[in-house]
Design a protein around this ligand. Structure first.
Ligand SMILES: [Zn+2]
Length: 431
C-alpha cells in the first residue's frame, strides 16, 4: 500500500471516529484542571492511554530540586505534590526505520474567573453551532484531543509508527513550563516534537520570552484620622505602575526583533494582580503587584531582570518616600527565554506538506507574543519543534471556544504528519 492510500485509510478512520473525538474533547473539558487541580485529568488520560490505546505509561511527579539547576527552570511558589506528568509510549515496529516523535500537550488551564462574565458553564463543554465552549477548550484541550485521535486513527487503520512515538501530557505550561522540562530531563526526547497549541493551523517559528515579577512597596500605616502622617502603600504602588508603563514604552521603541517586525506592539508589560490594604478606614502599610514582562528571542532572562529592576529602582529614587524605603522586587514563575526557530528544517517541511495535502492551502507561520513549552525542545535539547493546532477564540477569557471543523482538520494533518515523519508499518500485534 502506498502512502496516499494509507493516508486516505487513516483519514477515513478519523471521519468514522469523529463523534467519539468530540465526546472525548467534551469529557476532558469538564475537568477543572487549573493550577494544582490537574491530577484527576492526568489519571484519566493515563488510563485512557494504557487501556484504550495500548500505550506504555510513565506517570511521574516533577522533582523540583533536580530541575532547579537547569537554565530553563522557573522558580515555583507552590508544591508539586500530587501533580503528575504523563508520558505514553507507542509500541514500535520491530525495525525502526523512521524518525521518532513527541506530541506534547499541557493539561493545565488558567482560571475562569470572573465567572459572572461567562454566558455558559466554563466546565460544561457545551457544543453550539460547530463550536465547543469552556475554559481550556481552545487552550489546549482541543489540540490534546486531536493528537490522541490522530494516533488512535492510525492504530484503528491497522498501523504503527515505524519509530518511537510518544504522547505527553504535562502540567505548568501556564506558569513555569517545569512539567515539560521534567519530561525532557527524565530522558523523554525524540527527533522532533509537535505541540498542538491552538494558534490556528500555522506553524510557530518564533515566540517571545516571558518573566513574572512581584513588586511590594511598604507604606506607613495608620488610622485615617492621622492619614496626613501616614504613607499610603497603595498610592506608592502608582509610582511603580507608572514606571512599568514607561518601561513598556521604552522596550517597544527599541529596534524590533525581525520575527516581530510586523507587530505594532510585541512586548507587553501586563500588571496582572494587585493586592493591598484590608480596611477602608486604614491607611495600607503594604501593597504589591504582579507583572508579566515580554522580551525578544536572543535576550537573556537574567539581563531583562536586571534591566527592569534598575528601571524601578531609578524611579524610586525620584520619590521622597520610596528613595528611603525602596520596593522589594522578586521574580517567580516564568523564567522563559524566547526562541526563534529555523522554519525550513525537515520538521517544518514535513508538516507543511501534510498541511497542504489535507487542507489544499499554503502553509503559514506565526510568531507568538507569548511563551509556550516549545522553547525547551529547541533551546536546550536541540530537538526541532513547533506549535500547530486548531482555531478558536476568547483564549484565557470568558466564553472560550474552539472551532470543531478546525479540530477535525488538524487531526488529519497530524495523522499524515506522523505517517510522513515516523513512517507507518502494519500493526502485527493487531488482533
Ligand atoms: Zn496553551
Amino acid at each position: 500500500m502506498n502512502s496516499s492510500e494509507i493516508t486516505s485509510q487513516v483519514t477515513k478512520e478519523i471521519e468514522n471516529m469523529w463523534e467519539e473525538e468530540v465526546q472525548f474533547l467534551q469529557h476532558i473539558g469538564r475537568f477543572p484542571s487549573t493550577l494544582g487541580n490537574e491530577q484527576a485529568l492526568q489519571h484519566f488520560l493515563a488510563s485512557y492511554f494504557s487501556e484504550e490505546l495500548d500505550l506504555e505509561v510513565d506517570q511521574f511527579t516533577p522533582e523540583i530540586k533536580e530541575l532547579s539547576t537547569h537554565p530553563g527552570f522557573s522558580v515555583p511558589e507552590w508544591s508539586y505534590d500530587g501533580r503528575s506528568v504523563v508520558v505514553a509510549s507507542s509500541p514500535t515496529a520491530v525495525e525502526k526505520t523512521g524518525r521518532s516523535l513527541i506530541f506534547q500537550s499541557h493539561v493545565d488551564v488558567v482560571s475562569p474567573e470572573p465567572l459572572s462574565l461567562w454566558s455558559v458553564d466554563p466546565w460544561g463543554s457545551q457544543r453550539i453551532d460547530g463550536k465547543v465552549y469552556g475554559r481550556g477548550l481552545q487552550d489546549m484541550k482541543s489540540g490534546l484531543a486531536a493528537m490522541v485521535f490522530a494516533y488512535k486513527a492510525i492504530r484503528a487503520a491497522g498501523y504503527l509508527p515505524a519509530a518511537d512515538f510518544y504522547l505527553q501530557t504535562v502540567i505548568e505550561e501556564e506558569c513555569t513550563g517545569n512539567g515539560a522540562l521534567a519530561a525532557l530531563e527524565r530522558g523523554w526526547t525524540a527527533d522532533g516534537a509537535l505541540i498542538p497549541e491552538p494558534f490556528g493551523l500555522k506553524a510557530t517559528r518564533s515566540q517571545l520570552g516571558v518573566l513574572w515579577m512581584r513588586v511590594t512597596v511598604k507604606g506607613a500605616g495608620a488610622h485615617t484620622e492621622r492619614a496626613s502622617e501616614a504613607v499610603n502603600a497603595i498610592e506608592k504602588l502608582y509610582v511603580m505602575i507608572d514606571a512599568l508603563k514607561q518601561y513598556e514604552t521604552f522596550i517597544n521603541e527599541k529596534p524590533k526583533h525581525p520575527d516581530f517586525a510586523h507587530h505594532d506592539h510585541p512586548l507587553n508589560v501586563n500588571i496582572g494582580t494587585i493586592q493591598g490594604g484590608d480596611w477602608p478606614s486604614n491607611v495600607p502599610s503594604a501593597a504589591s503587584l504582579e507583572v508579566r514582562i515580554g522580551f525578544y528571542p536572543g535576550e537573556e532572562p537574567e539581563d531583562i531582570k536586571k534591566e527592569v529592576e534598575s528601571w524601578l529602582m531609578e524611579a524610586s529614587q525620584k520619590d521622597p518616600w520610596l528613595s528611603t524605603t525602596p520596593p522589594d522586587i522578586t521574580f517567580f514563575g516564568f523564567h522563559a527565554a524566547g526562541v526563534s526557530i529555523d522554519d525550513q528544517s525537515p520538521l517544518f517541511q514535513t508538516l507543511d506538506a501534510s498541511h497542504e495535502k489535507i487542507t489544499s492551502t499554503s502553509p503559514g507561520r506565526n510568531a507568538l507574543t507569548c511563551t509556550t513549552d516549545l522553547r525547551f525542545f529547541n533551546l536546550y535539547y536541540d530537538i526541532p519543534a513547533t506549535c500547530y493546532g486548531p482555531v478558536g477564540g476568547n483564549m484565557h477569557g470568558p466564553d472560550e471556544w474552539v472551532d470543531l471543523d478546525s479540530v477535525k482538520k488538524v487531526t488529519k494533518v497530524y495523522a499524515d504528519f506522523i505517517s510522513s515523519w515516523c513512517g507507518l508499518v502494519p500493526d502485527k500485534t493487531k488482533r
